[in-house]
Design a binder for this molecule. Structure first.
Ligand SMILES: Cc1ncc(COP(=O)(O)O)c(C=O)c1O
Length: 419
């Protein structure tokens, strides 16, 4: 993953032609979309897969006795198999949800809410997205269990010694992000999962910022639950995945009940159908699954290792550009150690003002707390600006970011007009 300065790692100009939105002009400038950590753009093959599904296969899945129902079911279940292969997992453990947030809530309500009580403990980290933090606070408040937090050190990495101390005591669940959406820190997830298992805990990994960008094997990580979002990996919004060990999913209560997830319903009681279907109540997002399938095929065609290397190279270049701009504080580990997520602040300028001025130049970044308020508190800031890269970003876009940041500095250096 080490950045290779100047190396052509991906045929980016050719890939960019696959993404119609990248031809947009914003405020008179070419769009420089540096906000893929929030949601990625979608290639034409994904847009086509969605409309093709509606044109030629639209029907409800799993229960129709007709050809279109079979086509729709085939697309939906093929998507499940391809998702499983993509993360090196068992298709029986792949549950389709709307996003990472829903996947984590499914475990919080369906597993933790039914298995934890006073005297039990959960461990999370100080760098979690609210999606992997607030549901566990809710579990604590509902069940009376304890919630502990692994701190972040001054370099933006997890304090592993503190993690080891916390996980020396019996624990029921560790919830940890694979890659930080603010700092870009890549956590040593396999090591943390092993620590969790030694303390008797299960390990849930938030893979929202990992699966779109680097090869992930849940088997090698030895995780128990792994959640991610399709919309951050070129797929449609409304698609996400929770993978769980099938035997743990068996022990997990359905989060939503109703149609499609039952085995037998009598006036007295209901039994659930087999996993993963017992978690997919109601009509699923079949068109979304068709789009996600196309996204995975597209990513596989490029290769995740090349995507990762391209982003690392861009991040490296961006650090050089930002240091030339000056008066910029970057957060997180050294850039040689992380993928394409850069959080920073411009001295004396509110991140929202930075975001607004960048937008005027067509540069799309995110400004705010990035749904990580505990981490913001640790960094001692209210907010940061975040630029995040994906396979379609270029050095020219990083240059546009640098030029717009130079403008930010110039505008804020000018004396205020007389009142
Ligand atoms: C690390 C991380 N976890 C969870 C989420 C939540 O993802 P979603 O909004 O798709 O549920 C995000 C979104 O940015 C994220 O970056």
């Amino acid at each position: 993953m080490s950045p290779v300065s100047g190396a052509v790692l991906l045929p980016v100009e050719r890939l960019r032609r696959d993404f119609p939105i990248l031809g947009e002009r914003i405020n008179g400038h070419p769009l420089a979309y540096l906000d893929s950590a929030a949601t990625s753009q979608k290639p034409q093959v994904v847009l086509d897969a969605i409309t093709d599904y509606y044109r030629a296969a639209n029907a409800n899945v799993h229960r129709g006795a007709h050809a279109l129902a079979e086509r729709a079911t085939d697309i939906f279940e093929t998507a499940r198999e391809r998702v499983a292969r993509f993360i090196d997992a068992d298709p029986q453990g792949v549950v389709f949800v709307r996003n990472t947030t829903e996947g984590i809530n499914l475990v919080a309500y369906g597993w933790a809410g039914h298995h934890l009580g006073p005297g039990d403990r959960l461990v999370v980290t100080e760098m979690e997205h609210h999606s992997n933090f607030v549901p566990w606070q809710e579990v604590r408040d509902r069940t009376g269990c304890e919630l502990a937090m692994i701190p972040v050190d001054d370099d933006g990495r997890l304090d592993l010694a503190a993690a080891a101390r916390l996980l020396e005591r019996p624990t029921r669940l560790l919830a940890v992000t694979h890659v930080s959406n603010v700092l870009g820190t890549v956590n040593p997830v396999a090591e943390l999962v092993a620590m969790a298992h030694r303390s008797g805990a299960l390990a849930l990994v938030d893979g929202a910022q990992a699966v779109p960008h680097r090869p992930v094997s849940v088997r090698q990580l030895d995780a128990d639950f792994y959640a991610f979002s399709g919309h951050k990996m070129l797929g449609p919004t409304g698609t996400g995945v929770l993978w769980g060990r099938p035997e743990l999913l068996e022990a997990t209560h359905p989060f939503l009940t109703g149609g499609s997830m039952i085995s037998v319903v009598t006036p007295e009681r209901t039994t659930w159908t087999e996993v993963p279907h017992k978690f997919e109540a109601g009509t699923p997002d079949i068109a979304g699954a068709a789009g996600l399938l196309a996204a995975i095929e597209y990513l596989e065609g490029i290769g995740l290792a090349a995507v990762d290397a391209h982003e690392a190279e861009l991040a490296h270049y961006a650090m050089e550009v930002l240091s030339e701009v000056g008066d910029i504080t970057c957060y997180g580990p050294p850039v040689s150690d992380r993928p394409g997520i850069l959080s920073f602040n411009v001295r004396g300028v509110h991140p929202h003002d930075v975001g607004t001025i960048l937008d005027r130049a067509g540069v799309a970044v995110r400004a705010g707390h990035h749904c990580c308020q505990p981490l913001m508190r640790r960094l001692g800031v209210a907010a940061t600006v975040r630029a995040s890269f994906y396979l379609y970003n270029t050095r020219a876009e990083v240059d546009a970011l640098g030029a717009a940041l130079t403008d930010v500095r110039r505008i804020f250096a000018e004396p205020a007009p007389p009142a």
